[in-house]
Write a protein that binds this ligand. Structure first.
Ligand code: G3H
Ligand code: 13P
Ligand code: NA
Ligand code: ZN
Length: 328
């Protein structure tokens, strides 16, 4: 059944778990996410980015998610729009039937220039007024996502600040967060705490508190009723990097956010954990390996099935680690 982000995250807060929010672009990802949810009895958040809408087309994405709800009626599903760059973008998603939207006013409408605080408040408030009138939840973002190690936003096209960010921009301020939530009435707040989008988060194996866990704790203490969202939460599995590189790929040494660190965040109010890159890496590794090992095979269903199984295993692992398993 389709539910709103607010409904799901209220339940997650009450029962102290986090929910992975997987990006979806195609049938194989959608099936992987849902089959893993059924196997572990987990609720689901699927999110569509602007890039996904460009790739698949909004009607195909919408019906992909609706088909998932039809085939898996026992699983609660949040249909979320990722990184909306304006209230108008959010409005179109609400009209398409999304039950949750992200208004990312931390950046200007170009998706790369850091925005002023007042701009962020204004556009987010506007999106909230519209969405709440339709029973749709809103995720806002305060602070600029970027690696504390490199000061860079990451590799994704379309989302992320250009150029090097300052330490102030890279960590959400708890007092500002309290003011922001009070002024905008967002249901969930994405915070900057040291993660960045894409596969290139850290150049060295992360040790200790790679995330600003102390900052997450301070924000949660200040706004305990606001559900926190962690973007850029892929763990960049070393085993999939090895498979990709073994079968013809060329991905340099790189590291993501360890699952245990995300679980620390979940102990301190993180309820939605955004993951895209991990499913991309698993998918690419599975295709490369399958085609290398089966050079005469040309039925695409064979290698798409390999990608589905690879992504599904990651989804199962995240549902279990974040505690959403058993909560559907
Ligand atoms: O936030 C970024 C997500 O990974 C979506 O990426 O715009 O390439 O679909 P995309
Ligand atoms: P990753 O690139 O770490 O998977 O993050 C995805 C994300 O935050 C989507 O909004
Ligand atoms: Na989002
Ligand atoms: Zn994101």
């Amino acid at each position: 059944a389709l539910i709103s982000l607010r409904q799901l995250l209220d339940h997650a807060a009450e029962h102290s778990y986090g929910v992975p929010a997987f990006n979806v672009n195609n049938l194989e990802q959608m099936r992987a996410i849902m089959e893993a949810a059924r196997e572990t009895n987990s609720p689901v958040i699927v999110q569509a980015s602007a890039g996904a809408r460009k790739y698949a087309g909004a009607p195909f994405l919408r019906h992909l998610i609706l088909a998932a709800i039809e085939e898996f009626p026992e699983i609660p599903v949040v249909m979320h729009q990722d990184h909306g760059t304006s209230p108008a973008v959010c409005q179109r998603s609400i009209q398409l039937g999304f039950s949750s939207v992200m208004m990312d006013g931390s950046l200007q409408e170009d998706g790369k220039t850091p925005a002023s605080y007042t701009y962020n408040v204004d556009v987010t408030r506007c999106a909230v007024d519209m969405a709440h009138a339709c029973g749709v939840s809103v995720e806002g973002e305060l602070g600029c996502l970027g690696s504390l190690e490199t000061g860079m936003a990451g590799e994704e096209d379309g989302v992320g600040a250009e150029g090097k960010l300052s330490k102030e921009q890279l960590l959400t301020d708890p007092e500002e967060a309290a003011d922001f939530v009070q002024k905008t009435r967002v249901d969930a707040l994405a915070i900057a705490c040291g993660t960045s989008h894409g596969a290139y988060k850290f150049t060295r194996p992360p040790t200790g508190d790679i995330l600003a866990i102390g900052r997450i704790r301070e924000i949660h203490a200040r706004i305990p009723d606001t559900h926190l969202v962690m973007h850029g939460s892929s763990s960049v599995p070393q085993e999939w990097l090895a498979v990709i590189n073994e079968f013809g790929g060329e991905i340099p040494e790189t590291y993501g956010v360890p699952v245990e660190q995300i679980c620390e965040g979940i102990k301190h109010g993180v309820r939605k954990v955004n993951i895209d890159t991990d499913l991309r890496l698993a998918s690419t590794g599975a295709i490369r390996r399958f085609l290398a090992q089966n050079p005469s095979e040309f039925d695409p269903r064979k290698f798409y099935k390999a990608t589905l199984q690879a992504m599904r295993a990651i989804c199962v692992a995240r549902y279990e680690a974040f505690g959403s398993a058993g909560q559907a």
